[in-house]
Design a protein around this ligand. Structure first.
Ligand SMILES: Nc1ncnc2c1ncn2[C@@H]1O[C@H](COP(=O)(O)OP(=O)(O)OP(=O)(O)O)[C@@H](O)[C@H]1O
Length: 330
């Protein structure tokens, strides 16, 4: 995804600027010391780091569920500490683990929460609820009247996302949104969520423990260590390819080569010329496809070369050694 600041702003998406923010809890715990971070409008940034490093505290300072004790937070050009917190939270969608749906209200009423608070007319609200449920893949006529306990975990999670998007917020904050569902449902929700984000282009800050999720979803990933210290802020490929510190290297783990292949597209630079022996039995992989898929094709066909195609035509050869080099990084 293109993350050039200013060029990809979704409709009504705002940039976020964290400027030296800190949080010292009343008992003296310094959960976050002086963190600075910029998130472009329409960008999806993932916060990741070990348990207790301050991820949730950072997220909750953005919508002022937690008041910062130092620094400034800007939404676009607005300093959030100068905005009424209730009004602020209506401009910011918030999705948490286990969703927090109101159990005694229907799915439709849950999704209509913020439009209701904003005083939208009944007709406008109903239209918006139907639109949102469709957007997250739940048939409004079928699911709108159900109660949360009548849904699967994955469906509840989707209702949570629909509710957070209902009033067209400028920012979406997500705290471990997909962690309460099993890995297969999680992968499917992540894919659906990426499609949804391509459509709505919100500015999103998402907290996770799961590096695979971070790599799959993030335009950029911020790796935090204790005290909300920013260890590295980079694209997934850069993070996996060149960890900036021993902490990050250890955090992204020994299998980062494999993870890196998944986010590295095949380019012309890594190709050798087409073979003169007319080897037509080689597996083919498309230019622009991931190096991970290319490695899969090589392993499946037990060869050490693949033909790379563009518009169905072979344009070069990819060797197994080249693919492994792509995973080796720095
Ligand atoms: N109300 C509080 N009072 C005192 N300390 C707190 C409070 N809330 C959180 N903390 C501490 O602040 C630090 C950061 O907590 P936070 O929940 O932000 O971390 P996290 O990275 O989100 O953790 P996890 O991944 O385990 O959810 C922790 O040391 C935690 O114990």
């Amino acid at each position: 995804m293109d993350v050039t600041p200013g060029s990809t702003a979704g409709h009504g998406a705002a940039s976020i600027t964290l400027d030296g923010i800190g949080k010292r809890y009343p008992d003296g715990t310094e959960a976050v010391r002086k963190l600075s971070l910029d998130v472009a409008a329409g960008e999806l940034v993932v916060l990741i780091g070990p348990s207790g490093c301050g991820k949730s505290t950072v997220l909750r300072m953005i919508n002022r569920l937690i008041e910062p004790t130092a620094g400034r937070i800007l939404l676009g050009d607005d300093d959030v500490t100068r905005v009424d917190p209730v009004a602020l939270r209506r401009r910011i969608g918030y999705v948490i683990q286990n969703v927090g749906l109101f159990p005694h209200q229907t799915v439709a009423t849950n999704v209509a929460t913020v439009p209701g608070l904003l005083g939208w007319s009944r007709a406008r609200t109903r239209e918006r609820v139907d639109e949102l449920l469709e957007l997250v893949g739940l048939e409004p006529a079928q699911f709108g009247r159900r109660y949360p306990h009548e849904l699967s975990g994955g469906q509840r999670q989707r209702v949570g996302v629909a509710r957070a998007l209902a009033a067209d917020p400028v920012v979406l904050l997500m705290d471990e949104p997909f962690s309460a569902v099993d890995p297969i449902v999680r992968t499917r929700l992540q894919e659906e969520f990426l499609r949804l984000q391509a459509e709505v282009r919100k500015t999103i800050v998402l907290v996770t423990h799961d590096l695979d999720e971070a790599v799959r979803l993030g335009d950029r990933i911020a790796v935090l260590s204790e005290g909300g210290r920013l260890e590295q802020y980079d694209t997934p490929a850069a993070l996996l390819g060149s960890p900036a510190s021993p902490f990050v290297r250890e955090f992204v783990g020994a299998d980062r080569g494999i993870r890196r292949l998944a986010v590295t597209p095949l380019t012309r630079e890594v190709l050798d010329p087409l073979p003169t022996d007319g080897a037509t039995d080689l597996p083919t992989v498309p230019l622009g496809g991931s190096a991970y898929d290319a490695l899969g094709a090589l392993l499946t066909s037990a060869t050490d070369r693949a033909l790379v195609t563009e518009d169905g035509q072979p344009i070069g050869v990819l060797t197994r050694a080249r693919v492994l080099n792509l995973g080796a990084g720095d």
